[in-house]
Design a protein around this ligand. Structure first.
Ligand code: AP5
Length: 192
């Protein structure tokens, strides 16, 4: 099984590249951000909770996210060659929980790809998307919070995978095709 974590700051291109990776390698794409936005749109209890965190650029509590992810994995992973995790894990506690979930099925994380993009470019991309799509957390104040949360709470996850020998750095600037080419070079080695 090919279980990939696509990692990086808000706006680094995780969702964009996940679509390409999913298609080429026949994976299940799990985006915790997309799942939460679907809950908000459906006006569920979880959606109401999610909105209160997302609108401030804060992370939801680990256990809420872990329970949501565990259910999604059980319901939908069958028949795929693996999973791409987008926006998860975002804390070391989430990374540890993912290891436990995968080990139950004798699986493991195959590789973590960090999309590395400088701060100014991230802000430019997110402000542009906010203007084009109206995504509610793409305004300057919330973007600054999301970047701070990423720096303080999420970057330690990189060390977790570095220590496990799973980490790969990917330059996240250039055209979408160029970046995908870099990712595919790594994944072709891991998949074979
Ligand atoms: P989430 O939805 O995961 O958002 P994010 O991490 O902030 O990431 P984005 O979706 O903004 O960016 P991306 O890296 O996917 O980039 P994209 O491809 O879209 O999380 C949202 C919120 O949900 C969190 O703040 C938190 O509250 C909550 N949450 C989610 N997961 C959680 C978890 N595990 N634990 C706790 N809370 C959680 O690209 C961005 C833009 O750039 C697009 O417009 C795209 O077209 C453009 N672009 C992409 N590539 C390029 C390129 N090469 N050149 C130019 N533009 C590009």
């Amino acid at each position: 099984m090919l279980n990939i974590i696509i990692f990086g700051a808000p706006g680094s291109g995780k969702g964009t590249q996940s679509e390409r990776i999913t298609e080429k390698y026949n994976l299940l794409h799990i985006s915790t951000g997309d799942m939460l936005r679907a809950e908000i749109a459906a006006k569920t209890e979880l959606g109401e909770l999610a909105h209160s965190y997302i609108s401030k650029g804060q992370l939801l509590p680990d256990q809420v996210i872990i329970d949501m992810l565990a259910k999604k994995l059980t319901d939908t992973a069958a028949g795929r060659k693996g999973v791409i995790f987008d926006g998860f894990p975002r804390t070391v506690a989430q990374a540890e929980a993912l290891d436990v979930l995968l080990k139950k099925n004798n699986q493991d994380v195959s590789v973590m790809l960090e999309l590395d993009v400088e701060k100014e470019e991230l802000i430019t991309r997110l402000l542009k998307r906010g203007q084009e799509t109206g995504r509610s957390d793409d305004n300057l104040e919330v973007i600054q919070n999301r970047l701070e949360v990423y720096h303080n709470q999420t970057t330690p996850v990189m060390d977790y995978y570095k220590e496990a020998g799973k980490y790969t750095h990917i330059k996240g600037t250039g055209t979408i095709d160029e970046i995908f080419g870099r990712i595919a070079t790594t994944l072709d080695k891991v998949a074979n």
